[in-house]
Design a protein around this ligand. Structure first.
Ligand SMILES: [Zn+2]
Length: 223
């Protein structure tokens, strides 16, 4: 087995993906190494995980969670985008959402949860992508240590690069548990909202208003 320790040591920013996705063997090695460090952390915090029936498996469980779930977007390839010809020449604003957002705050390692809305202004001669792919793109960039301001831009820029629409809008509305469970211990109803606009969506105020109206309608719509 030729696992490159060297590669596992190469670092990237907290919300960047590694240059090459991890192979299964590298993933396993990373989980094992992280579990060892979490055991050290438990020792430092004087938690007797060796003899504690509640925490005996926790270092390994948490290491797996980091690598395979919470931070998985850093270690895997971007989602494959299925494209369809825009046969009907759709050029009006499409809005999709709410898309579930589950991420982790880069400052405190606490959950961020909420909703994402994406507005697309396709160009007549470009491709359109399958609706579920927007959810996958959100999940890919959310599965990292994030701050909301950069998450919105990462989702938006990726979709612009891959689908080349006439315009695009991304809006995130999220609760940050680092603000509800610690610090000021604010209400869970307190959300942070931010948006990013591209192309015609950036320049046209009417389009922005249409997008925001659709977001409000989708957020209120009964299931
Ligand atoms: Zn935080």
């Amino acid at each position: 087995m030729s696992v490159s320790i060297h590669r596992l040591k190469r670092l990237a920013l907290c919300n960047e993906a590694l240059a090459t996705p991890l192979a299964d063997s590298e993933r396993a090695q990373m989980i094992q190494a992280a579990a060892g460090k979490l055991e050290e952390l438990f020792d430092t915090l004087q938690i007797d995980y060796r003899n504690d029936h509640n925490t005996r498996e926790t270092p390994t469980r948490v290491a797996k969670m980091f690598v395979e779930e919470t931070l998985s977007g850093r270690y895997s390839a971007p989602p494959r985008i299925t494209e369809f010809d825009n046969v009907h020449g759709v050029d009006g604003l499409l809005v999709t959402g709410p898309i579930e957002l589950r991420s982790t705050c880069a400052h405190h390692l606490m959950p961020i949860y909420g909703h994402v809305f994406i507005g697309v202004l396709p160009s007549v001669d470009s491709k359109i992508i399958g609706l579920s792919k927007y959810d996958r793109v959100v999940e890919y960039f959310a599965s990292r240590l994030q701050i909301q301001e950069e998450l919105v831009k990462q989702i938006g820029q990726y979709l612009v690069d891959v689908t080349a629409p006439r315009g695009l809008a991304v809006r995130v509305s999220a609760v940050h548990m680092c603000k509800t469970q610690r610090g000021v211990r604010g209400t869970h109803r307190g959300r942070m909202v931010n948006s990013a606009y591209y192309g015609e969506m950036l320049r046209d105020r009417r389009l922005k208003e249409e997008f925001l109206q659709e977001c409000i309608g989708l957020e209120r719509a009964p299931l």
